[in-house]
Write a protein of this length. Sequence first.
Length: 191
Amino acid sequence: MDEQINDVLATVGPRLRALRLARDVTLTALAEATGISVSTLSRLESGQRRPNLELLLPLAKAHQVPLDELVGAPDTGDPRVHLRPIEMRGMTIIPLTRKPGGIQAYKHILPAGRMETPDPKVHEGYEWLYVLNGRLRMVLGSQDLVLKPGEAAEFDTRVPHWFGRADGKAVEFLSLFGTQGERMHVRAKGD
């Protein structure tokens, strides 16, 4: 049993680092959000410090992930994803992936409301969008597009981009995001 616990604890450091990098958060910003020193966070991520509950609870809260996900607790056999929605700028974002790092999947819900003025942003990564319901306005560089249900877009997030309602009605879309610039690879069966 002790060996199994040690195995789980040994994966916490790399898991913490991957989660922080996937969210594009610096050690300094994480230290400010958690009250844990930069040196302690660095030692946790490198495996030089053994994690304890006093350190893991504020980290789970800051990363908005359940504690069992943060430590990589063994699966209980329940395949459902139980992640908490994030409210941001009037939009609900529902994480659809459990593991930190790599490509992350999200469902975005923009309720009906006023149309907003685009405020394009840039960051490292690559993103793929798929509209489920409604009409999504997407500003990408100099392009101003409207995506309808069933339409998809993929782009380098270093290009200034913004999304919002195209007509004031509710919009739902899926996004896949990779911080390292991973691209989607769509395969179709040939005729």
